[in-house]
Ligand binder design. Structure first.
Ligand SMILES: Cc1cc2nc3c(=O)[nH]c(=O)nc-3n(C[C@H](O)[C@H](O)[C@H](O)COP(=O)(O)OP(=O)(O)OC[C@H]3O[C@@H](n4cnc5c(N)ncnc54)[C@H](O)[C@@H]3O)c2cc1C
Length: 454
C-alpha cells in the first residue's frame, strides 16, 4: 500500500519538520486534503503542512529524492484543483500566514499561505493596500502569481504590478529571492507564470494609501432590465477613471430571483465618492442599492458568502473582443436557462494602470482595455453536477463568436481543450518555456497550468 511505502521514507523528514505531516489515516488529513472546489476530491499520499521556508525546502527535497509527484497549496481556491493531487505530496502553505507591513517604506511582506482577507486586514490597519482578489478567502500566492485582477487594478495595476520581490524554493531545493535587481528573469516569469517556477514562500508588495473607507457596493436591477443594465455598464466603463474597479453581470438574489448587477469600487478620496457613483445610483430604479461609503475590507468580503468552501464549481472564462449588444443578449439568453441559483455570468472591466504595462514587461500578457467574461457555475447537490457542467459548456460554446484569443490563467478549469497555457501566455509563451527549462527542466512543478520545458 502506498500509505505504508511513504511511512517508511518519512522518518528523516519528520525529524526536522516543524509543521505537520499528515497521512491518510491521521487526524486532520480529511480536512487538510479538501480545497475550495468541492468537485475536487483527491487523496494525497502525504500532506506536508509547512510552517516556514525550511519546511518547504525539505518537502521539495523529500519529493525529489523519492520521485513523488508534488502539488502546492496556497489558498486552495483554484477551481481546477491544482493545489492537490492523488497519490502524491501536497506541499501545503496554509499555515504560513505571517504578514509584516512597513508603513514608512510602504511595503508589505506576506507568507505564501495568507489569504486576501488576512492581507487586507493587516495592511488596512495602516490605511494601505495593494491590488488583491475580490473574495477574501482567496490565497494571495496563487492569485498573484497568475496575474491578479482586483478592485484597485485601475489605479495600482494587477497584483503582480505591485510585487517587489518573491522568495522561492526552486525545484532543486535552492532558495532564491527574485526581484527586478536579482534573478530578474525569474522575477519576470513568476509575474504571471503561476506555480511553474518554484514555491513562493513569501511575497513582497508595494502598498498604497487606500481608504480605509472607499465608495462601493452592489446595485441590482430586475433581470427584465438586464439588457439596459449591461449596456449602461458598458457605457459608464468606457470613461471610467483609474480609481474605479468594477464588474457587472447576471446573478441571483437571496430570494432566488434573477438579477442584473453592477459592483463598483471607487478608491479615490471619499469626498469625491458620491459624484463618482452618482450615475450608477440614479440609473434605474434598482431593486437593491448598497453603494456608498464602506470599508475597503468590506467590499472585499461582499461576495464571500456567495462562494462557500465545498460548493461544487465549474468555470469557463475568456476575454471578450467587445461588450457588444450581441454579447449582452447572448449572456442574457444563456442565463435564462441557468440550472443553479448559485451561478452567475459576470464581466470584469480591465483598464487603467493594469493596461498601461507593456505586454512583454511581465509574463502576464493581457494588457488591453476590455472585459473578461466568467461563467461561474456553482451548486451544492452532486446529483446536479452533469446538468450544471452541461449548461456551462453550452453557454461557453454560445459565447465563442465573441471571445478574444487570450484567456486568464487563474480562471482556467481542468478540462480545457487545445493548449490553454499557449492561450494564457500568448506572445510570452516561448520565453516562459525557455525559463521553465532553466529553472525547472524536469517539470517538477507541473500541477499548475503547465508551461512545458522547451
Ligand atoms: C471564489 C473565487 C474568487 C476569485 N476571485 C478572483 C479575483 O477577484 N481576481 C483574480 O484574479 N482571481 C480570482 N480568483 C481566481 C484565483 O486567482 C485562482 O483561483 C488562484 O489560483 C487562487 O490562488 P490560491 O492560492 O487560493 O489557490 P491554490 O489552489 O492554492 O493554488 C493555485 C495554483 O497556484 C499554485 N500556488 C499556490 N500557492 C503557491 C505558492 N505559494 N507558490 C507557488 N505556487 C503556488 C498552486 O500550485 C496552483 O497551481 C477567484 C477564485 C475563486 C474560487
Amino acid at each position: 500500500m502506498p500509505h505504508v511505502a511513504v511511512s517508511d521514507k518519512i522518518g528523516d523528514l519528520a525529524s526536522r519538520f516543524s509543521g505537520q505531516l499528515l497521512q491518510p489515516l491521521d487526524a486532520g488529513y480529511e480536512e487538510a486534503r479538501r480545497v475550495h472546489n468541492g468537485l475536487v476530491d483527491k487523496r494525497p499520499l502525504l500532506i506536508a503542512r509547512c510552517r516556514n521556508t525550511a519546511d518547504v525546502a525539505d518537502a521539495v527535497t523529500f519529493a525529489r529524492e523519492h520521485a513523488i509527484e508534488v502539488a502546492v497549496r496556497g489558498g486552495g481556491h483554484n477551481v481546477a484543483g491544482r493545489a492537490t493531487i492523488d497519490g502524491g505530496l501536497m506541499i501545503d502553505l496554509s499555515l504560513m500566514k505571517g504578514i509584516h507591513v512597513d508603513p514608512n517604506a510602504r511595503t508589505a511582506r506576506a507568507q505564501g499561505g495568507a489569504t486576501w482577507g488576512e492581507y487586507n486586514r493587516e495592511t488596512q490597519v495602516h490605511g494601505l493596500a495593494s491590488t488583491g482578489g475580490a473574495v477574501s478567502t482567496t490565497g494571495i500566492a496563487g492569485l498573484t502569481l497568475g496575474g491578479g485582477w482586483g478592485y484597485l487594478l485601475g489605479k495600482h495595476g494587477l497584483a503582480i504590478d505591485n510585487l517587489r520581490s518573491v522568495q522561492l524554493v526552486l525545484a532543486d531545493g535552492r532558495i532564491v529571492t527574485a526581484s527586478a535587481d536579482d534573478s530578474a528573469d525569474l522575477f519576470w516569469a513568476v509575474r504571471g507564470g503561476g506555480g511553474n517556477f518554484g514555491i513562493a514562500t513569501s511575497l513582497e508588495y508595494n502598498v498604497h494609501p487606500v481608504g480605509p473607507t472607499i465608495t462601493g457596493g452592489l446595485v441590482a436591477h430586475p433581470f427584465a432590465k438586464a439588457r439596459d443594465t449591461l449596456r449602461f455598464y458598458r457605457d459608464i466603463t468606457a470613461s471610467a477613471p483609474d480609481e474605479w474597479g468594477s464588474f457587472a453581470g447576471v446573478l441571483h438574489g437571496p430570494d432566488g430571483s434573477k438579477l442584473a448587477a453592477v459592483v463598483p469600487c471607487y478608491c479615490g478620496p471619499l469626498s469625491s465618492g458620491d459624484a463618482a457613483v452618482k450615475q450608477i445610483k440614479t440609473f434605474g430604479p434598482p431593486v437593491l442599492d448598497t453603494v456608498g461609503p464602506m470599508p475597503y475590507t468590506a467590499i472585499n468580503q461582499l461576495l464571500d458568502a456567495a462562494f462557500p468552501k465545498g460548493a461544487l464549481n465549474y468555470w469557463k472564462s475568456s476575454f471578450l473582443s467587445a461588450l457588444s449588444d450581441d454579447v449582452i443578449d447572448t449572456i442574457i439568453a444563456c442565463y435564462a436557462r441557468v440550472p443553479s441559483p448559485m451561478s452567475g455570468i459576470v464581466v470584469e472591466h480591465w483598464h487603467g494602470a493594469a493596461t498601461r504595462v507593456a505586454v512583454g514587461d511581465t509574463a502576464f500578457p493581457h494588457r488591453a482595455v476590455g472585459y473578461n467574461m466568467l461563467l461561474l457555475s456553482e451548486w451544492t447537490n452532486p446529483a446536479d453536477t452533469e446538468r450544471n457542467i452541461a449548461w456551462t459548456r453550452e453557454s461557453y460554446a454560445s459565447m465563442q463568436p465573441f471571445i478574444a484569443s487570450g484567456r486568464y490563467v487563474n480562471y482556467l478549469d481542468d478540462d480545457e481543450a487545445g493548449d490553454p497555457a499557449a492561450e494564457a501566455y500568448g506572445p510570452n509563451y516561448a520565453r516562459l518555456r525557455q525559463l521553465k527549462t532553466k529553472f525547472d527542466p524536469t517539470n517538477f512543478f507541473h500541477r499548475n497550468q503547465n508551461i512545458r520545458p522547451a
